[in-house]
Design a protein around this ligand. Structure first.
Ligand code: PGA
Length: 247
């Protein structure tokens, strides 16, 4: 299975010309790294600005298909733009009020149009008695309410501990490995072991070109969600190269 590396540009850059330059540079320089699916998640306003070649993700969506919802963007609109993935439940959106119920509604709406949801889960901090594990379990359970087993292979879970987002250091590879096993276990309890192993788990939080390879390899995740380092095409390309080099 190809590794998946997603560039989460968040609310950047300011102009469409910079967005196009960054996109084209990433496209040109990552073409040869065939073991990685490179995905760009720009702000909504740039989703239709590029010439094609790389897979696109939205950073959010609204769950209603159409109607009077000022300011929102629907799954149908994303589907018509040939968007392949959509991030849901990013901690920065949860901070602005997105609930587990909202996340679930969005996941259901995305699946109904064939867009793969990238469901972000992550704890604020780690306590010594393992409370954070139940936070992750509940976020996954709540996001997947009414999702059928057959649709699970169309879902990605991105583990993004909030304490590692936008910081200097990422999670350690050993803790990440434990978490990737734990997430598969939660999915296996909810569905089946076979189904659980069809779900890709990504990691996000202070990933750069120096730690990308070991996080994927030793953390045993199927890819990465990159914030800051994805805004510099050179750095981001280096990350793709590192992940591509994993045997
Ligand atoms: P970061 O952000 O790579 O800048 O830590 C990751 C994310 O929020 O997806």
């Amino acid at each position: 299975m190809k590794k998946i590396v997603v560039a989460n540009w968040k609310m950047n850059p300011d102009t469409v010309s910079v967005a196009k330059n960054n996109y084209n540079s990433i496209k040109r320089n990552t073409k040869k790294y065939r073991k990685v699916e490179t995905v760009i998640a720009p702000p909504f306003v740039f989703l239709n600005s590029f010439s094609g070649g790389l897979k696109m993700a939205a950073q959010d969506v609204f769950w209603q298909k159409s109607g009077s919802f000022t300011g929102e963007v629907s799954v149908n609109q994303l589907a018509h733009l040939k968007v392949s993935y959509c991030i849901v439940g990013h901690s920065e959106r949860r901070e602005l009020g997105e609930s587990d119920i909202d996340v679930n509604m969005k996941v259901r709406a995305l699946i109904s149009v064939g867009i793969t949801p990238i469901i972000c889960v992550g704890e604020k901090d780690r306590d010594s008695n393992g409370e954070y594990l139940s936070i992750i379990k509940n976020q996954i359970k709540d996001a997947l309410v009414s999702i059928k087993q057959k649709d699970l292979s169309k879902i990605i879970i991105a583990y993004e501990p909030i304490w590692a987002i936008g910081k200097k250091d990422s999670i350690g590879t050993r803790s990440l490995h434990e978490m990737s096993i734990y997430i598969k276990k939660v999915l296996s309890d909810l569905y089946s072991k076979r189904t659980a192993f069809k779900v890709s788990v990504l990691y996000g939080g202070s990933v750069d070109e120096s730690n990308a390879r070991e996080l994927v390899k030793e953390g045993e995740v199927q890819g990465l969600l990159i914030g800051r380092a994805s805004l510099e095409p050179k750095k981001f390309t280096e990350i793709i190269k590192e992940v591509n080099s994993i045997k």
